[in-house]
Design a protein around this ligand. Structure first.
Ligand code: COA
Length: 179
């Protein structure tokens, strides 16, 4: 997992000196919506992860944007969800502008959110995504059938990150919106 954050959240010195990370602000949401539209298209609304976010606001303290000066070039949203009585966070969408990819921005955004979540006392983070990308951040596949999401999902893409060792051991069942 990424731990060191010597360069404003980046594990290596970014090649753009003005690149920075900051917490999400409500005024960023329209820009992020346009970024996600370009990255995921209209089909994003049908995704199961979207159903868990629908009508629930992001946790602004745990969500981050990457910026070059005033230009927003990436974002990661963290949304509270629950599994029975257990509170978790849903990570994503994690999106970086195509022209700014492969500079470590996606990893830095997700790592910053995980650090902030851990510092806030959160124990578990869930996402639906590609294990080959998220394994570097400490995510592992949830054992098949342990978590049931409110819609179709490839079980190989249901990933969990324990912010506290063993936090996922007794957790299972239907994941629902936090409201
Ligand atoms: C996934 C995404 C956020 C990564 O952002 P990024 O800033 O380029 O990420 P990083 O710089 O930290 O890592 C880039 C590396 O991850 C690899 N990578 C990107 N997506 C990957 C995936 N789905 N699976 C495996 N590896 C992946 C890239 O090939 C790249 O490798 P390289 O460094 O050898 O070139 C970005 O590609 C993106 O916005 N994609 C579209 C939206 C999306 O799919 N989001 C994830 C689902 S929520």
């Amino acid at each position: 997992m990424s731990t060191a954050a010597p360069f404003n959240g980046f594990t290596q010195a970014p090649d753009l000196p003005a690149l920075g990370l900051r917490p999400l602000h409500p005024s960023d949401l329209p820009q992020i919506e346009r970024l996600d539209e370009r990255a995921f298209g209209p089909g994003r609304f049908a995704r199961t992860a979207y159903r868990l976010r629908e009508g629930v606001g992001p946790d602004f303290a745990l969500s981050f944007v990457a910026h070059v000066g005033t230009l927003l070039v990436g974002s990661n949203i963290m949304t509270p969800v629950k599994c029975g009585a257990i509170e978790m966070l849903l990570l994503g969408p994690l999106t970086v502008e195509p022209a700014f990819r492969s500079r470590g921005i996606g990893e830095a955004l997700a790592a910053r959110s995980l650090e902030a979540a851990r510092a806030a006392g959160q124990k578990l983070v869930l996402l639906v995504g590609d294990e080959p990308y998220y394994a570097r951040l400490g995510f592992k596949r949830a054992p098949y059938g342990r978590l049931v999401l409110p819609g179709p999902v490839d079980p190989a893409r249901v990933l969990i990150c324990e912010l506290v060792e063993g936090a996922f051991e007794a957790v299972g069942g239907l994941v629902l919106k936090a409201t």
